[in-house]
Design a protein around this ligand. Structure first.
Ligand code: CTP
Length: 414
């Protein structure tokens, strides 16, 4: 794979050297594009020796080869690590004032950025707005790690370890030579599909989170089945196990890893802009802690547990159904129900179908060993009025195919 490694000017630039080695050891061709200030932290000869390729951040060198256009066009993956506050701002604004930012404008492949900066800079509304803008455009922005920063300070802002950056970055690209269906083959050929899967996690503090038991296997099966039927598929993957993501990538699916509901919402909406079908199979946390301290919450002997106050997350599915980001787009939801004194699994599903406004809602029973984490599944597919239109049971892949069969009947033809 041809990887461009953008390096911007922060002390963590030295870790880009380790990332470069890792990527090279995995057999990838890597070209480093540093900013001018990155070269004040790490010299060009280090990058040149380890990459075996020329290193410049200038647009006025080697002009005959038009590198500011050619590099981005020829890349399979762009990774920017570290991404400073300034680089994020320039990328979000669409600037093209050096080779790295020009390349970001010409690249059409997955782009992954790993920010690193002091906590105050990371938390500043300007930086957060830039990150949201980039994520909304489909850039994978990895949340910085928490821990020791350059000086005596600690908090979020640390560059994640090179292994973690490499893992996320390589996951974002379909495996080369993946099982790509023949052009034009399959009933979903020419369609673009976004599927969310897994369970979102809402941080309580730097080490704890509120989460759920979703394995993401039904969503991953939906993504793989759509790909096999010819669609271009993006899987927004909330905390999936590595084997689940690897299988999806091997099937030719583009994987966008996310952790929180806010990240999932940005990634799904970015993909939905030009999608024919959006399937919300993820188990989305309805609430998140109102405040997330930057340091671990300590147990104070004798004073009992500190209460955690929660605020409501946006309902991603209901928003998609309301906003219809693309005309004619089909919005599909899931309802994981246990049934209770107020109603059966199907009764809860019916009222959810009417409440959410989605075109189709796949209702499945969870709990007691069913649904989450199980190999098989059983769903009833309802239309927007809550009427059952199909039933499916079997392996998650069989259920996925039955859902696509139902989607095909509801999809306007192209
Ligand atoms: N969903 C969503 N955003 C949320 C909550 C849920 O997009 N904040 C989506 C899920 O991806 C799924 C559907 O809504 O497609 C139903 O999710 P479920 O958890 O069953 O429903 P809730 O709205 O959370 O309702 P409740 O927890 O009361 O059953």
């Amino acid at each position: 794979m041809r990887i461009l490694l953008g390096v911007s000017g922060g002390i963590a630039a030295y870790k880009a050297v380790l990332l470069l080695r890792l990527l090279r050891e995995e057999g990838h061709a890597v070209r480093v594009i540093p900013t001018a200030s990155a070269l004040r932290f790490v010299g060009a000869p280090t990058f040149e020796a380890l990459s075996g390729e020329p290193v410049t951040g200038e647009v006025f060198e080697d002009v005959a080869h038009v590198p500011h256009v050619a590099l981005g066009q020829g890349a399979d993956l762009v990774v920017v690590a570290p991404a400073t506050a300034d680089l994020l701002a320039r990328a979000a604004a669409g600037r093209a004032d050096d080779l790295l930012t020009s390349t970001l404008l010409t690249a059409r492949c997955p782009v992954v950025m790993a920010p690193a900066m002091h906590t105050e800079m990371w938390e500043h509304p300007a930086t957060q707005a830039n990150v949201a803008t980039l994520r909304a455009r489909g850039v994978v922005v990895i949340d910085p790690a928490s821990g020791r920063l350059t000086g005596a300070d600690t908090g979020p802002g640390r560059l994640p370890e090179p292994e973690e950056i490499a893992r996320v970055a390589l996951q974002s690209v379909p495996t080369p030579g993946a099982a790509v269906p023949r052009a034009g083959a399959g009933d979903l050929a020419g369609r673009r599909v976004v599927v969310s899967a897994g369970g979102t996690r809402e941080p309580i503090d730097p080490v704890r989170f509120i989460g759920n038991r979703s394995s993401g296997r039904q969503g991953a099966a939906l993504a793989e089945a759509a790909r096999a039927r010819g669609a271009a598929v993006t899987l927004v993957a909330a905390n999936l196990d590595d084997d689940v993501t690897a299988a999806a990538r091997a099937a030719g699916v583009v994987v966008v890893p996310v952790e929180t509901t806010a990240e999932l919402r940005d990634a799904v909406r970015a993909g939905a802009e030009d999608a024919d079908v959006v399937v919300m199979a993820a188990a989305v946390a309805d609430f998140r802690p109102a405040e997330v301290p930057t340091a671990k919450i300590k147990k104070v002997p004798g004073s009992g547990p500190a209460p955690i106050s929660l605020v409501e997350n946006p309902d991603v599915l209901a928003e998609l159904a309301r906003d219809r980001l693309r005309p004619g787009q089909l919005v599909v939801g899931f309802a994981a129900e246990t049934g209770d004194a107020d109603g059966s699994v199907l009764e809860h599903g019916r009222s959810k179908a009417r409440r959410k406004g989605a075109d189709l809602l796949a209702v499945n029973a969870v709990g007691g060993g069913r649904g989450f984490g199980a190999a098989t599944n059983e769903v009833t597919i309802l239309d927007g009025r809550g009427e059952a239109v199909a039933e499916a049971s079997g392996s998650k892949r069989e259920v996925a195919d039955a859902i696509w069969d139902t989607v095909m009947k509801a999809l306007p033809s192209i």
